[in-house]
Design a binder for this molecule. Structure first.
Ligand SMILES: [Zn+2]
Length: 225
């Protein structure tokens, strides 16, 4: 068995990790890698001010979702939801850089830069800056995932999501489903894009792109080997 790798998912909101790369994180965890998730936003800030009950509910959902995925380590930077553009970019980058000094990840999973959601766009930007390829940089691979109801709604001017890296999550699909069920209050009924049926249809579509039953798809942003 190869040595354990340090794997980090940097996502804007609680539920993006499950939607975008939950099966992949579960597979890394099963294979003995050290997996950590960083949430930039607290998930509740822009919906009528800080609400402690709502905040706790989201945190508990994240805890259940990550347990389902086998991810033991996570933290939130506590920035305001749907308001990352109200911060100077440096205030997002610096805590990420500080985190990477304590956890020198080799592989990063994060948002696609062409998403409709502004927090997703800025997360992508912050990751690219925090992980810029200077001497001594630990990050060897950056993969961008798709999040339903944001990536496919990015608009005609956005960089299209054209995946070139596929992860077979056929065995991990039940764990991804359990994580999404933990976030049931964020999910909608089909035919909404953010429904369990749509997520499973996407996993089947991405799987069928490469001849397997369930896959998560990524765009390789950078690879150094
Ligand atoms: Zn999000």
């Amino acid at each position: 068995m190869s040595a354990a790798k340090k794997i980090l998912a940097v996502v804007a909101h609680c539920d993006d990790e499950a939607l975008g790369c939950g099966g992949t994180l579960a597979r890394h965890a099963e294979e003995g890698d050290e997996v950590h998730v960083v949430f930039l936003a607290d998930g509740v800030g822009s919906r009528g001010g800080f609400n402690a009950v709502e905040h706790d509910r989201r945190e508990q959902a994240a805890g259940r979702a990550l347990a389902a995925l086998g991810v033991k380590h996570w933290q939130s930077l506590g920035l305001r939801d749907n308001a990352l553009d109200s911060y100077p970019l440096l205030e997002i980058i610096q805590p990420l850089e500080a985190f990477l000094r304590t956890f020198p990840a080799e592989v990063i999973y994060t948002h696609h830069g062409g998403d409709l959601n502004i927090d997703h766009q800025l997360t992508h930007r912050a990751v690219l800056t925090a992980c810029r390829p200077i001497p001594g940089q630990s990050v060897r691979n950056i993969f961008c995932f798709e999040v339903l109801s944001s990536t496919e709604w990015g608009g005609s001017a956005a960089v299209p999501f054209r995946p070139n890296h596929f992860v077979d999550i056929s065995k991990q699909w039940p764990r991804k489903l359990a994580a999404l069920e933990a976030y049931s209050l964020e999910m909608r009924n089909f035919p909404h894009a953010r429904s369990l049926s749509a997520v499973e249809a996407l996993a089947a579509l991405r799987g069928s792109n490469v001849g397997i039953t369930h896959a998560e798809a990524f765009m390789l942003e950078r690879s150094v080997w």
